[in-house]
Every structure is written in structure tokens, then in C-alpha cells.
Design a protein around this ligand. Structure first.
Ligand code: FAD
Length: 391
């Protein structure tokens, strides 16, 4: 009887768990199942790039275990279980447990995809050093990286984007020597105007971070217990290990194989509904009415809205201006990037206190902003003035 089939959520990251929490505030009785390929530990992913300097272990970052979450959510949580296939017509999932036991199937009444995003594939890099190149996109990855760092001193960081700059800030304060390589001209170049990016760079440099902007890693070789990195500008960097922070891409494979509409992310409307009326998506995997955002604030808005819809009151999400606090404590930085394709110009004021940059269109409308140093106190006023991402 399909009425007894559960609401199923694939993924126990911030998107899956926060949706389950919001849903349980409205509905205590509908059967709820969460399925995850990992161990279902609840943790705050943004802390992964801001915890080394505080000496935090993975155990200290874990807020609750899967068992505790199952009790809190009055839900069944299937851990170490990969969903391999969605049969949308039969409303059935194929499950593959990691312990080698048999594949199983699970019927759903409604399904939510909260499958997150993965690190982008590496660009071609020559040499035999790739085994010492780490990525950090999960609590397990953090564990592996932190273990490898023990008794090491020098870290080569690939990528001066948001996560790269946060790791540079964290590693240098944890006592490591940090070299950052990025093909663009200044840190956070895709979202910060040059003056703000250079302001952040100066503060990180003053703390000891070395930037190699406008250059790419060409070759990474093992040298003894460490690494030798050859850049395309002719320079070389020696390090003990390397960390790549080269951006993310939405996990859309499962949705695509099920015949759902997929763009850069799993395409959903403002009710978070995919091209199948019984399947929804939110979080890093979802492209919401054209917006693909890898941040916590939008997924929280989606979780609240989707919980309403799933509990019987159809609700649409509306993104306002979404400011992001970059966790570079050496130079606090807040950025509210203009939406993709926004037309306008940066207007920049800068002094030793910091930078205030406002992105305005021809008629003076505020479409985005960036603040550094003590100028971040202007944030709330600018958020109130800033045009929403969704009209
Ligand atoms: P994820 O956390 O990736 O969860 C995906 C889940 O899906 C996992 O449980 C996985 O096991 C499961 N899954 C996937 N495929 C399958 C399958 N086929 N079968 C079963 N299970 C599957 N955002 C901010 O707003 N501010 C910040 O300061 C910030 N800092 C960050 C720092 C770092 C280092 C990183 C990596 C991200 C940061 N972010 C930040 C982004 C933010 O953490 C993410 O937007 C958010 O955590 C995404 O949550 P999610 O649940 O969508 O995805």
C-alpha cells in the first residue's frame, strides 16, 4: 500500500538533516527514512576549513551520531548505503550496502535528493606526487588530511578561492608554511573585486602565506618524504604535502540516470520539485530556478520551504541577498556576490581599516557587495539595501 511508503531523503549532510528536522517540526508521524553512503555523522561542514589551528579532531567536530539523529528525528537511517538507481515510475530505489551484503530495494512515497557536491576533477598534472595531494570535502577527508599533517611543516595549496583562502588562514595559524598557487590574479578573484582581494592577500602574507598568483601547477614529484612542485611560471615550490581546493561540482549522476532534468545541478523549481512530481532536491546538488549555490544559508531556506510543501502546505523558496562570511580570521571578509550575469560596476572605498566595495547598476541599484576588515560592520545595512537574487 503506497500510503505506507516512507518519505525518503538521500543524503545526511546539512541539507538532508536540516530538511528532516524542519519536516519533523510539522509532521511527527509520516514514516521517514534517510539513506547515506557515509556513516551519517551530523557535523557542520564549514568547520572543516577552520579547525586545524584550534587542534580540533574529527570526533570533536561530530555533533551527533547517526543513532542519535535517528532517535531525534524519529527516523530510520541507513548508513554506509549507496543508492545506485532510482526507478521513478515504480517509485523504488536500489540500495547497495558497503559491507558487501545483497542489494536491496526501497519504495518511497516521495523522494528528496540531498546528494551534495564533489570536488571537481583535477586539471592534468604530471609527475608521481599525486598520492600526496589531498582534498577535504567530508569529515573522513579531514581525518585523512589531519593525520598526514602530523610532524609535517610545509603545505602547498592549490586554489585561492573561498575554501583555499580559509585553509591558508587556518594552516598558517596552526604553524605551517603555506604556499598558495592560483591561475587568477588575486585571492577570491571570481567573487571579490581586485582591491578587496589584494587587501585580504596582504593580511595573509603578513602572517606568512606565500601567494603564487597567475600561475598553475604543472608537475608534482615525490622528493624523499616530500614533494617538489613545478609551476608554469618557471618557479618551483617544495612542500611536505599538498591540498587542492579547486571548487565543487553538484552530484547529479543518480538524477540524470533516472531521467530527471539536470543542468549544472539537479533542476528544480521554487517548490524544489524536479521534473518528476514525486522527487525533490535541495542543497549543493540542486539548481533552484537557475541558481546553483554551494552555501549553507540558501539550503536552510530551502529546507524550511520544502518541509512545508512535504507536510501539505505547498511553499516556494525566495532567495534574498545572500552574504557569505569568509572564515579568514586574519582579515574578516564578507561577500555578497552579484547574481550571475548581473550588469554593473564595482565602486570601491579603501583605507587601512578595510575595503568597502559596492556593485551597482546604471541606476545606482545595489546588486552585490564585498567588505573586509572593520568595514564588515556595514553588512546588515547593505544586505537590507541589496537586490534579492530571486525576484
Ligand atoms: P553534503 O554535505 O555533500 O552531503 C551529501 C550527502 O549525500 C552525504 O551524506 C553523502 O553520503 C550523500 N550521498 C551522495 N550521493 C549518495 C548516493 N548515491 N547514495 C547515498 N548517499 C549519497 N558554506 C557556507 O555557507 N559558509 C562557509 O563558511 C562554508 N565553508 C565551507 C568549507 C568547506 C571546507 C566546504 C567543503 C564547504 C563549505 N561550505 C560553506 C559549503 C557548505 O558546507 C555546503 O553548502 C553544505 O555543507 C552542503 O550540504 P549538502 O547536504 O548539500 O551536501
Amino acid at each position: 500500500d503506497s500510503d505506507a511508503d516512507p518519505l525518503v531523503i538521500i543524503g545526511t549532510g546539512l541539507a538532508g538533516y536540516n530538511l528532516a528536522r524542519e519536516f519533523r517540526k510539522l509532521d511527527r508521524t509520516t514514516p521517514l527514512v534517510l539513506v547515506t553512503a557515509d556513516d551519517g555523522t551530523f557535523y557542520s561542514k564549514p568547520l572543516l576549513s577552520a579547525s586545524l589551528a584550534h587542534g580540533k579532531t574529527p570526533q570533536q567536530l561530530a555533533t551527533s551520531s547517526a543513532e542519535e539523529m535517528a532517535r531525534e528525528l524519529h527516523a530510520e537511517i541507513l548508513v554506509h548505503t549507496q543508492v545506485d538507481d532510482i526507478d521513478a515510475a515504480a517509485r523504488t530505489l536500489t540500495l547497495v550496502p558497503a559491507n558487501g551484503s545483497h542489494r536491496a530495494s526501497l519504495r518511497y512515497a516521495r523522494l528528496v535528493l540531498a546528494t551534495g557536491a564533489s570536488c571537481r576533477p583535477l586539471p592534468p598534472i604530471e609527475g608521481d606526487g599525486l598520492a600526496r595531494l589531498f582534498r577535504v570535502n567530508s569529515l573522513d577527508d579531514y581525518h585523512g588530511f589531519r593525520t598526514a599533517l602530523a610532524n609535517r611543516r610545509r603545505v602547498l595549496l592549490l586554489g585561492a578561492g573561498l575554501i583555499g583562502c580559509e585553509f591558508a588562514n587556518d594552516l598558517v595559524q596552526a604553524g605551517y608554511e603555506v604556499d598558495v598557487v592560483d591561475p587568477l590574479g588575486w585571492p577570491l578573484a571570481t567573487i571579490l573585486p581586485e582591491t578587496a582581494g589584494r587587501d585580504l592577500r596582504r593580511k595573509l602574507e603578513a602572517a606568512g602565506v606565500h601567494f603564487h598568483t597567475g600561475s598553475r601547477l604543472e608537475r608534482l614529484e615525490r622528493r624523499g618524504t616530500g614533494l617538489y612542485a613545478q609551476l608554469d611560471n618557471g618557479k618551483a615550490v617544495e612542500a611536505d604535502l599538498a591540498l587542492a581546493a579547486l571548487g565543487l561540482q553538484a552530484n547529479t549522476g543518480l538524477a540524470q540516470a533516472a531521467g530527471l532534468e539536470v543542468g549544472r545541478g539537479i533542476r528544480v523549481d521554487r517548490q524544489l520539485r524536479t521534473s518528476d512530481e514525486n522527487i525533490f532536491a535541495l542543497g549543493d546538488c540542486a539548481e533552484v530556478d537557475g541558481h546553483l549555490l554551494y552555501f549553507v544559508a540558501p539550503l536552510m531556506a530551502c529546507a524550511r520551504s520544502l518541509a512545508q510543501t512535504l507536510a501539505g502546505s505547498p511553499s516556494s523558496v525566495q532567495y534574498g541577498a545572500i552574504p557569505v562570511a569568509v572564515k579568514t580570521t586574519l582579515r574578516p571578509t564578507t561577500v555578497c556576490p552579484p547574481g550571475a550575469g548581473a550588469e554593473g560596476e564595482w565602486q570601491v572605498q579603501a583605507d587601512s581599516d578595510g575595503v568597502q566595495a559596492e556593485f551597482r547598476d546604471g541606476s545606482g541599484r545595489l546588486l552585490g557587495f564585498a567588505l573586509t576588515g572593520s568595514r564588515i560592520t556595514a553588512r546588515d545595512a547593505l544586505v537590507a539595501e541589496c537586490a534579492p537574487l530571486m525576484k
